[in-house]
Design a binder for this molecule. Structure first.
Ligand code: MV4
Length: 452
């Protein structure tokens, strides 16, 4: 096994990786910016290397510094976590060239999935269901409008280099098409350096259901069931759960098979997630494949009883996956605790945490790099903790989450805890009656309700 791994990330995910490495007897190297010197990932790693000033571009995104840090510490592998360089094909390639194992897929797999219209074409070839739309990218307005008429309005214009909502436009009638087509291309060009877009039929009020997959170097690919990530606002997931409240054993079987086929299009190696949209009739469509470990991976870990980081490391080392039968046990929910003020439009709330009391008890897991006295820096993503609960049924898990949120006391900064408490009391959440538009269109946070 690897003797030493460098973690090219910060925050809770860096600590999450360190924890598994310790359990596997692997030494760890943390990297940190000057803003993160007091973070727990630095404290609990065996070694730590400062890689620059607070700005991500000058630290966590600086490939030469990460490679240098791995070389001076003799780390044999780099775990990229999520975000930052996790889906950067060039970083994967540069690691390869320096004989450092990138704990993730090859540069080619990353770029094949990172280009959404290429990924979609591959899915069509392998018989994975996709949303009807254009045959690849379209740059000609007339052709694009012809496709839109053919698939029928409403349509959605998507950037091939996109994902997560940027460069995306919903168009409900032909008279709005040109304006949206031009602005989508514009936005994609400046955001990703690639203006190419493709067109799809717009699926109204879909659910976001994603399947966790694992593939090893020997060509074996398996899936670990689904996560429901429909509770989002502004393309940021808020709460995730496994299994999906609307899942049936038949649908899980079908979507699991489709997800494995999706991963097979690139002979996928590592942990990955295949995202699907599911419509009201339980028809599902491939959206994109994420070639990284995801924020919400713990809900799958809890119900499938896997350590996904351990699997990533074993796969990267070349070990074959064990073919265990998938048995989903109970229900798990994750709430993302962000340093944001839900009363003020989720404005980031950096500063010192003066009181930090974590919940505990059976079935309660908190993944966080924060602690009492920790200063939340203003430079990065605002997520400071993930609260994950598991229980035999969804109803039990909601009750456990509700009481855990009340035990979670954070003072000194604003957090999304009060928002989560209200969401857990919401009848539509409780009954599983929600889709990807629910939080923004229907759920209203009430600042006048005082939560403990
Ligand atoms: C869609 C869609 C409806 N129809 N595609 C948003 C980000 C990217 N992953 C894909 N997205 C969507 N693609 C078709 N053909 C609706 C969305 C979408 C969405 C998807 C998942 C979770 C939240 C969302 C919020 C708005 C739109």
């Amino acid at each position: 096994m690897f003797k030493k791994i460098l973690i090219a990330n910060r925050g809770e995910i860096a600590l999450r990786v360190i924890r598994t490495c310790k359990e596997m007897g692997i030494k760890t190297v943390a990297v940190y910016s000057t803003a993160d010197a007091n973070s727990l990932h630095v404290r609990f790693a065996d070694e730590a290397v400062c890689i620059g000033p607070p700005a991500s571009k000058e630290s966590y995104l600086k490939i030469p510094r990460l490679i240098a840090a791995a070389e001076v510490t003799n780390a044999e592998a780099i775990h990229p976590g999520y975000g930052f360089l996790a889906e950067n094909a060039e970083f994967s390639r540069i690691c390869q060239e320096h004989n450092i194992k990138f704990i993730g897929p090859s540069p080619d797999m990353i770029s094949q999935m990172g280009d959404k219209s290429t990924a979609k074409e591959n899915m069509i070839k392998y018989g994975v269901p996709v949303v009807p739309g254009s045959d690849g990218n379209i740059s000609d307005l007339k052709l694009a409008m012809k496709v839109a008429e053919e698939v029928g309005y409403p349509v959605i214009i998507k950037a091939t280099a996109g994902g997560g909502g940027r460069g995306m436009r919903i168009v409900r009638e032909a008279s709005d098409f040109k304006r949206n087509f031009d602005s989508a291309r514009q936005e994609a060009g400046s955001a990703f350096g690639n203006p190419e877009v493709y067109i799809e039929k717009y699926i109204e009020n879909p659910r976001h259901v994603e399947i966790q997959v694992l593939g090893d170097r020997h060509g074996f690919i398996t899936h670990l069931g689904e996560r429901d990530c429909s509770m989002q606002r502004r393309h940021q997931k808020i709460l995730e759960e496994a299994p999906s409240p609307l899942m049936t054993p038949e649908l899980r079987e079908k979507m699991g098979k489709a997800a494995i086929r999706a991963a097979e299009t690139v002979n996928y190696e590592g942990a990955g997630t295949v995202e699907f949209l599911v419509d009201k009739n339980n028809e599902f469509y491939f959206m994109e494949m994420n070639t990284r470990i995801q924020v919400e991976h713990p809900v799958t870990e809890e119900v499938a009883r896997y350590d996904l980081i351990q699997n990533q490391i074993e796969i990267a080392y070349g070990e074959p996956l064990r073919n265990r039968e998938l048995k989903i046990r109970g229900h798990a929910i994750e709430c993302r605790i962000n340093a944001e003020d839900p009363e003020k439009g989720f404005r980031p709330s950096a500063g010192e945490i003066t009181v930090f009391n974590m919940p505990g008890g059976r079935g309660v897991r908190v993944d966080t790099h924060a602690y009492q006295g920790y200063r939340v820096p203003p430079n990065y993503d605002s997520m400071i903790a993930k609260l994950i609960v598991s229980a035999p049924t969804r109803k039990d898990a909601i009750a456990k989450m509700r009481r855990s949120l009340e035990e979670f006391v954070i003072e000194g900064i604003k957090t999304t805890i009060p928002y989560h408490i209200q969401l857990l009391d919401d009848p539509n959440f409780i009954s599983g009656n929600f889709d990807t538009n629910y939080l923004e269109k229907h759920f209203k946070f009430n600042p006048n309700i005082n939560t403990p």
